[in-house]
Design a protein around this ligand. Structure first.
Ligand code: 13P
Ligand code: SF4
Length: 321
């Protein structure tokens, strides 16, 4: 097939991607926050835990991580012999950025008797300083699996950490980081929406601020929100997480109504993760064609980081997650 990038329609891009993925034995993984077209073409679409699990089991030569950089790093850490690609190298994460490894290391050094739990939204260097990685799908179970007397440092998301403290009865020391998307939701506007839609349930991601979580009917990861909405007899939901999840929610529940929770600033699409949205179908095609941008992880860091991720996968498997 001849390839002229500027001339390609969406249909041509899809055809070209399908050809390249076969020729190059590539597995395409996508997070629920990716644009619809990427979710549609991916082999698997899931939350951070599922992406790590699929990456760890991948048999393909190439893994294309349609998500953000830390998701690509996690895949590379778990499958170092695979080539891991990401459509846009600049697809970062404000939460991961809120926890520089050197500053996190300084905190850990002050509390050597603490076990270190890190959210998966961290760099490989932070994971290398960590005892157990968690995602929002397994954080409760992993914290519960530790003895009650265990002293814990939890980073970097203060909202998730605070929420887990509340539901587990712990008093983990929290890093003061946050996600710029989830902290944007407006309580006043959400309460107004609930008033206008008294039959709707509010489903929120634990990265949202405490006052949002307190009024939510269900708090959970993206996959947990999807499961809850799909299994619920309710027909209307207000969704307080990145708007990309609406695609899969509507696909699995065509007869239900999903309303995106509004951000504070109505003039911008603040409930969209600008990093996640850097990936496009065209960049996915180009990254398969050129086999770059490639994710690499320093081997000394990888060897340390893999232990904390594998510990997460082991405990998750024990809980059937
Ligand atoms: P999930 O693991 O719930 O998909 O969340 C990932 C993420 O980046 C949330 O902002
Ligand atoms: Fe990071 Fe927030 Fe984007 Fe998730 S939504 S990838 S936490 S910036």
């Amino acid at each position: 097939m001849s390839v002229n990038n500027s001339m390609k329609t969406e249909k041509q891009l899809i055809e070209a991607i399908n050809l390249l993925r076969k020729q190059k034995d590539a597995l395409i993984l996508a997070h629920f926050y990716q644009e619809d077209a990427i979710q549609e073409i991916a082999d698997y679409v899931g939350d951070s835990l599922a992406l790590a699990q699929w990456a760890s089991k991948a048999q393909n030569e190439i893994i294309v991580m349609c998500g953000v950089h830390f998701m690509g790093e996690t895949a590379k850490i778990l499958s170092p012999d695979k080539k891991v690609l990401i459509p846009d190298r600049n697809a970062g994460c404000s939460l991961a950025d809120s926890c520089p490894a050197d500053e996190f290391e300084d905190l850990i050094a002050k509390y050597p008797e603490h076990i270190v739990i890190s959210y998966v939204n961290t760099t490989a260097a932070v994971k290398a300083l960590t005892d157990i990685v968690v995602t929002s799908s397994n954080a409760k179970q992993i914290v519960d699996s530790l003895p009650q007397k265990e002293k814990i440092i939890f980073g970097p998301d203060r909202n998730l950490g605070n929420y887990i403290n509340g539901i587990t009865g712990r008093n983990m020391m929290l890093w003061d980081g946050a996600c710029h998307v989830h902290e944007q939701f407006s309580l006043i506007k959400i309460l107004e929406l609930i008033k206008q839609n008294p039959d709707a349930l509010l489903l929120a991601h634990p990265e949202c601020k405490k006052y949002i979580l307190e009024v939510a009917d269900h708090v959970g990861s993206t996959s947990s929100i999807l499961k809850f909405a799909t299994n619920s007899e309710n027909e209307k939901f207000i969704i307080a997480t990145e708007a990309g999840i609406l695609h899969e929610l509507r696909k699995q529940n065509p007869d239900k109504i999903f309303i995106a929770a509004p951000p504070e600033d109505a003039t911008c699409a603040c409930n969209e993760c600008s990093y996640m949205k850097l990936n496009t179908l065209e960049k996915l095609y180009l990254c398969l064609k050129n086999e770059e941008p490639e994710i690499t992880v320093d081997e000394n860091i990888r060897i340390k980081a893999v232990k904390s991720i594998e510990r997460m996968l082991e405990i998750s498997a024990q809980y059937g997650l």
